[in-house]
Design a protein around this ligand. Sequence first.
Ligand code: NAP
Length: 488
Amino acid sequence: MQDDWSLNPNVRKLLRRVPLPISLPTPLRRGLGRSTATELLGTRAVLTHLRDSLDLALAQAVQHAGAAVTIADPAGDTTLTGRIVDGGGQLVPATADLPGGLLAAIVQSGASGDRRPVTLIHRVTRPHSSDLAVNETTDALLAVGHAAAQLPANSRLLLVIGPDLRGDSLAGLMTAATQGFARSAFKELGKTGSTCHVLRVEDAQAAAALAAFLASPRAAFLTGLDLLAQKSLAGDAADRPALEGKSVLVTGAARGIGAAIAERLALEGALVWINDIAQSQAAAADTVAQIRARGGQAEFIAADVGTLTGAQAIADAIGKGQGPLHGIIHNAGITRDRTLRKMSVAQWRQVLQVNFGAMHLVQTAVTPLLQPGAAMVLMSSVMGISGNFGQTNYSASKSAVIELAKQWACDGYARGLRANAIAPGFILTDMTAQMPVMNREMAKQLTALLQPGLPLDVAELACFLIGAQSRGVTGQVLRCDGGMAFGA
Ligand code: NAP
């Protein structure tokens, strides 16, 4: 699949000379190939707070992943700071509650003119002042935002809300203020390819693994996420997906996003069961051949996921093969866009059945094969959150998918099963190639990153959600949309 035209260097050179009312995107720094333990090599990380085990877990996670770490906390715990300095980090104390101080510390954290991306990790703390609105916590948001706005391209701002900021009305207000701040900040940061997320933390290890992923080039197209890092009954979160010896089913994987996910999972060592309808046999054979050519393992199962017999055929094939199953990506999906006046019963039912009903059929059929700790990813869409003209059937199905992910997460929690929904925005595939040119260009201008995503962007997120790195993430909706204005 081709990159977007506005990222072509020659086109960009030309457009800079012509005064057109369009903003050009910053090329994103993406991860390539199999994941490594040092995804953050060549980047810096700056933490505004180092006072407890959560801060230490975050600092160590980014340090172990290869980032050059700077602690900017003037009142940081000296024992904890010592551990980061021993690991090669540095201390550049800066007062984070006034604009300017933090930026000076970030500048000092590198050599002059250092353009390495920075992950700025800010722990949102409880204010000492009794003023609800103007206090150290809200002032620090401005200081952090001021610094983030001047970071090199492809930087990250992670706003961390720890377990201490919970349980009373003041904590609730500061959390809400931070979330509102982040929802605007990511829209400003996107033009330089930088992103911003909120992490609400119940479990420090889960938060550390999540922070390392969001800071990495694997998460280049994700922005504006607001996630909860929980304790998982399946064990601690790891620093890599760790899919060797696991088997994962991907539905609708002959082409597009599903094929990219299958290829990405196989690269991490998983045996991938590639499902699609029989008519897509040729495309599926290509995907299987590409995976095998790179030394991966893949098998094709021809079946229509929208039917009971199709779902059962999938379970039979996996059961007869090398089952059991450690993960499922419920990805198959279709569009039959029509306005309400023109929509037929067949178009309405077909979309609901393939996009949503099929997930229930397949899940029920393969449940006996699912291993404890298995993870499910359900493909929704931003249109399931915001709705869209001419897509009532699609939006209804994709909104129901989000609720299904929450219900499965709840039902499976005690068995260590996890379920999350991905809501892609505008991704370059055959499905979106059918969109009129003007709509495609408008969709890009409505994202914070000013560009469409690639199937690989969704694949990176799916791989993260299936693997051990995301053990503390369940029952959540993760937009993969470059910060689309719709519904955000
Ligand atoms: P795609 O290129 O059309 O691929 C979808 C695949 O699913 C196709 O190979 C399709 O086969 C297959 N499929 C359709 N009906 C099936 C059935 N009943 N049983 C088994 N397989 C079936 O679409 P995509 O863009 O990769 O989208 C993948 C998922 O992401 C979908 O759920 C979609 O709604 C969602 N999504 C995509 C975007 C985007 O921008 N691309 C945005 C939001 C959400 P045929 O092609 O032969 O029909």
